[in-house]
Design a protein around this ligand. Structure first.
Ligand SMILES: [Fe+2]
Ligand SMILES: [Fe+2]
Length: 254
């Protein structure tokens, strides 16, 4: 008789084989956005034609290589199963809460970089704001949108300086393009400016590898301030439902 651990190993082996088989038959799709640069975006995708010629079909559902989402996924499910490196946003939210800020600010900090950890890097503030807009107070999504641009601009009145990390990331000679300066002017004059600025101030010091913050510490805050759709994120037909579905099924063909 096989021992428990032998049976567990056999099961794991079977599952791995099943996954291999599925991926051999079905071609997951990396969107044009993700292969641009590897491929000239204006050229045809030979990898896809090659896959079809080899008898594969295109994937039209969840990717078997990544964890299966529940039928009605919540924000927390996305945090645990689709977002990488959530410590940065969790630590930012903790900083804001420890500083005594109200729920709106803490939530904005908790969500400000979810696009970087789970969706798209470029213009991540705008994408994150669009993702959460139907489910949060307008001040929260406004601040998330603005934080990306506000990060580049010091505000001596509140003691915010250009991040040292940015000198390391982008080099000492980097200057944002004119459209970023234009956006800054608009954001600076807005009634919610300080909410966006507070994200940047709690963002600044939140890269401590020795601190570990758990999502559970924010369950109450999320329950009070994030309107989880009953149908699950992705299935409520909100203006951002399609974006949550894309995060859930990132390699679906159409
Ligand atoms: Fe950010
Ligand atoms: Fe950040």
């Amino acid at each position: 008789m096989a021992s428990l651990s032998e049976r567990a190993d056999a099961l794991e082996h079977d599952m791995a084989m099943e996954l291999e088989r599925k991926v051999a038959e079905i071609q997951p799709i990396r969107s044009a956005l993700y292969v641009s640069g590897e491929y000239d975006p204006a050229s045809p995708r030979h990898d896809l034609f090659d896959a079809l010629a080899a008898g594969k079909r295109f994937l039209m559902g969840p990717d078997p290589r990544i964890p299966a989402m529940p039928a009605r996924p919540t924000l927390q499910d996305f945090f645990r199963m689709r977002f990488g490196n959530t410590q940065h946003v969790l630590q930012s939210a903790k900083l804001a809460r420890d500083a005594g800020h109200e729920d709106k600010i803490v939530l904005a900090c908790l969500l400000h970089d979810i696009s970087v950890s789970g969706f798209i890097n470029g213009d991540h503030g705008y994408w994150a704001a669009a993702l959460v807009e139907p489910y949060v107070d307008e001040e929260v999504s406004w601040a998330i949108r603005a934080h990306q641009v506000l990060r580049f601009f010091p505000d001596p009145d509140v003691g915010y300086e250009y991040p040292e990390a940015y000198i390391k990331y982008f080099g000492p000679d980097f200057t944002p393009e004119p459209y970023v300066h234009e956006a800054y002017k608009l954001f600076k004059a807005h009634k919610y400016y300080m909410t966006g600025r507070l994200i940047t101030m709690n963002d600044h010091y939140a890269f401590d590898p020795n601190v570990r913050v758990e999502l559970e510490e924010f369950e109450d805050l999320i329950a009070r301030n994030f309107r989880q759709p009953e149908e699950g994120l992705g299935f409520d037909h909100s203006p951002s439902a399609h974006m949550w579905r894309t995060i859930s099924m990132p390699t679906r063909a159409l």
